[in-house]
Design a protein around this ligand. Structure first.
Ligand code: NAD
Length: 366
């Protein structure tokens, strides 16, 4: 097989659905998981796309991920919902948790969704986009437990927490407009990108990693060969500060767990999420937010492109969420590249739940 296979988005969705169904999930669950993972690939975030499926199926087989689970409402305080994800598929738990929060925010103007104990909820922008599509603004703070720490605290020399993502989504100002969606890990680089650099025999950029002694290194192997090193937080003490806030809001206040000795023992990737969903029309600006958001975005984007061709943003100014939408258009047209290693793992995941390799290939149209 070629080093990379290119698969049409709808065919890739069909192949993923088929495998998730074979794992015992119902039709709705299989569709939500497939749609979510393929949208991550379409958005250019392969680290949170179909490449996650083998880990999910293994967790299903080992009964660490509970199929056909729904979020349990532990407490309903009106504008605050306390939910437990029951270690269900994060693609379903995240979706249903946001639906509950959206419904409540429409009634009360705001809803804090306190979600604990979900299996991996993937790309957090997905949840911001779901709220934005409902016309609501939202912020989401997430921590990651169940696996060993990856990121060092500013001034520290070993890993103490994970890549704790943060997302804020501003709804579109017009019915056919696009939201602003800032969705990012608080680490300088995603772990998936360190693995890619290692597999290609490349070095990572300076000031990204430290080795097990806390010494700066550009060698990606430091994250894989014991004793392992750590990734740095983005933006020095500021990114580190945001990672700590995400850890505490999502891990401590939801009734979940924070990263500390022993809390990663399960080996199963677990997310907790603290979300605030707000109806913008109920805030002091009423409907003027539409004018102000549009005016600001237009003003910022009118900045002349950087004269340095290799500088970030040298093709012109974008706002958060645009790179993902540009990638979606390109990959919808040209197909989604999946590297042969990842595709092989997906095929083997299918076999582990009784789907022959030929069936997975046929579903994907390759
Ligand atoms: P990234 O660095 O690719 O993008 C971060 C943000 O910057 C995005 O909102 C993007 O739209 C914006 N952006 C990118 N280029 C831009 C430009 N030129 N101009 C303006 N804005 C630009 O993302 P990342 O930090 O590598 O995170 C990748 C994904 O990993 C995210 O979807 C995140 O939610 C996910 N994640 C999930 C978990 C989990 O446990 N579930 C953990 C960590 C990260």
């Amino acid at each position: 097989m070629a080093a990379t296979v290119t698969i049409d988005a709808s065919a890739l969705r069909r192949a993923v659905r088929h495998i998730v169904l074979a794992g015992g999930s119902n039709e709705r669950e299989a569709a939500l998981v497939a749609d979510n993972l393929v949208l991550a690939n379409l958005s250019g975030h392969d680290s949170h796309g179909v490449g996650m499926l083998p880990a999910y199926i293994l967790a299903v087989v080992e009964k660490r991920l509970k199929i056909n689970a729904a979020p349990a409402v532990l407490a309903d305080h009106g504008a605050i919902l306390n939910l437990d994800g029951n270690m269900g598929y994060g693609q379903v738990i995240g979706h249903d948790a946001m639906e509950l929060g959206i419904r409540r925010a429409r009634e009360t103007g705001v809803c804090i969704v306190s979600l604990r104990n979900s299996h991996h909820i993937g790309r957090i922008g997905h949840w911001g986009e779901q709220c934005a599509a409902a016309g609501l603004l939202s912020t989401h703070y997430v921590n990651v437990v169940g696996r060993t720490p990856l990121v060092a605290p500013h001034g520290g020399s070993d890993a103490r927490f994970a890549t704790n993502p943060y997302c804020c989504a501003i709804p579109a100002t017009e019915p056919d407009g696009e939201p602003v969606v800032l969705d990012m890990a608080t680490s300088k680089i995603a772990m998936g990108k360190v693995r890619v650099a290692m597999n290609k025999g490349e070095q990572v950029a300076p000031d990204t990693l430290i080795d097990a002694k806390g010494t700066p290194t550009t060698e990606p192997r430091t994250m894989f060969d014991a004793p392992t090193g750590a990734i740095l937080a983005f933006g020095g003490h500021k990114g580190y500060g945001l990672a700590v806030i995400a850890e505490l809001l999502a891990g401590a206040f939801t009734g979940g767990v924070t990263m500390h000795e022993g809390s990663w023992a399960s080996g199963t990737i677990t997310n907790n999420m603290f979300s605030v969903i707000v109806d913008p029309a109920k805030l002091g600006g009423g409907e003027t937010w539409r004018r102000e958001v549009a005016a600001f975005v237009d003003y910022v984007k009118a900045s002349p492109p950087s004269p340095q061709n290799d500088a970030p943003g040298s093709n012109g100014v974008l706002v958060a969420g645009e790179p993902e939408r540009q990638m979606r258009r390109a990959r919808l047209a040209a197909g989604i590249p999946v590297d042969a290693t990842t595709w092989g793992e997906i095929v083997r995941a299918g076999e582990s739940v009784g789907i022959a390799a030929s069936e997975t290939h046929a579903a994907a149209g390759i």
